[in-house]
Design a binder for this molecule. Sequence first.
Ligand code: FAE
Length: 540
Amino acid sequence: MQRQLTRRHILGMAALQTAAALGFTRIGLQSARAAEPAAVEFAPAVVVGSGYGGAVAALRLGRAGIRTLVLEMGRLWNTPGPDGKVFCSTLSPDRRSMWFRTRTEAPLATFLWLDVVNRDISPYPGVLDRVHFDAMSVYVGRGVGGGSLVNGGMAVTPRPDYFAEQFPAVDVDEMYGTYFPRARAMLGVNSVDPDWFESTEWYRFTRTSRQAAANAGLKTAFVPNVYDFGYMEKEAAGTAARSALAGEVIYGNNHGKRSLDKTYLAAALGTGNVTVHTQERVRSVSRAADGTYVLTADLVDDTGAVTGTRQYGCTYLFLAGGSLGTSELLVRARDTGTLPDLNAEVGAGWGPNGNTMLGRANHVWDTVGANQATMPVMGIDDWSNAGNPVFAEIAPLPMGFEHWVSLYLAITKNPERAAFTYDTAAGAVRLGWTAEQSAVSVGMARKLFDRINAANATIYRYDLFGTPSKVFADDFTYHPLGGCVLGRATDDYGRVKGYSRLYVTDGSLVPGNIGVNPFVTITALAERTMARVLAEDTAP
Ligand code: FAE
């Protein structure tokens, strides 16, 4: 699919490129023309975070002619390093890989129980973060584009019946008729050519998993993606630089991926009304006597040192720091008394989308291929099994050699939820998720994959998730959801209860589980919120 880029969109992309080349931490159309613009201390609208929810808010505000400042704690990923590449590869990570770490923390800790996956690195504001809580750690993207920089690009629209179950107050027809199509079009969603899929070596691993599922009587379904499959075919043909076919994904893609900096954010900057400040981490939010919001942000340099703080004022405040970022800001604001009227639902309703990762060992004749594309295109869809609803993404494991491993990210209908609480002594939030709650996801994933193993006379892999042997990786998630759930902590459109002109537009609105990979849902809900807010709240 060829996407049409408007002149303003191209201007926005030019602004991103110039800002990167000159090392700016403030990005707007002005920086594309001349020098860095003067500091914006007051903006009519401020957006915290530049992932899906933040990018939609910025574009819609900018198009409505509202001057908007986006504050992002990560960096702009647009400048090539000494190797000529913006991002480092998954197989050979360097400081660009992870957010202020001395060693990488990849989801697959080991291979054959050997510590061969992770590498020592020097601390730097790298693109992938793993945030540790007591019994759960959460992977998130850091930078202009948030999770879109590091994710697998799977662009899945949830089942309407489950969406309606999770969002009883939302008009399902309007979502599926207006906001999901709008989100997919803006994100540049496309699908792999089925003929190419059937013939290419790069998706042998998927076809092998599909056959194993079919042998157990299970259905599989193609899923769309935001990676440009036309580009991927050129990579395979050797006529374009390789990215998805060169093992790139969780530490960023140098080509092919339609991340938000190439879609929503480029269009937002192209309006001329949006400015993005990078490496500024919002620490607190309060309200001034005149009803405007006051934000304090720490300026973080490349070593992680806080080199100063800056204060911003705004009339309209959009929180889009993701499930973790927004929940942290609001729980802290409520419990330290800077926004005391926030209700008890703030921080509640959190879940990891039932995520559990696992590997199966295939027979030697069921090869998965040394060459694997990093963008998943298929899932095992057993969600309609009322006794054990699971949707399992068939995930790649591109190690450059044949290893016979089939890898999966199972999304289970785990009903467990947890809450964030504020730890005054630490000045940080805690997440109350427990190992017992993860065990519910494991039980559901195990039921499905026991069936697949039984039908194929295969076994699990025991060597992938550290020592002692762990079959199910149940202690991390890619899909943090909730903490500020729609209709509970906010009204039915993301307006935070207790305060006017304060909004949430990100994954914290989703009540812990959505049954599929979540960014299309987050984007479509943000579109719905912005349409309503611009029609009702910002009119003069
Ligand atoms: P998000 O994209 O996380 O953006 C939040 C932004 O706010 C980030 O850039 C933060 O750095 C920034 N921020 C946070 N706190 C602050 C603060 N205090 N001050 C300033 N900035 C702040 O939020 N989903 C799919 O649908 N399909 C996939 O294939 C898929 N694969 C994934 C693979 C990986 C490895 C990971 C980590 C995630 C994956 N996801 C996938 C999940 C998806 O990326 C995630 O649901 C969305 O990115 C969440 O969007 P939000 O707008 O909520």
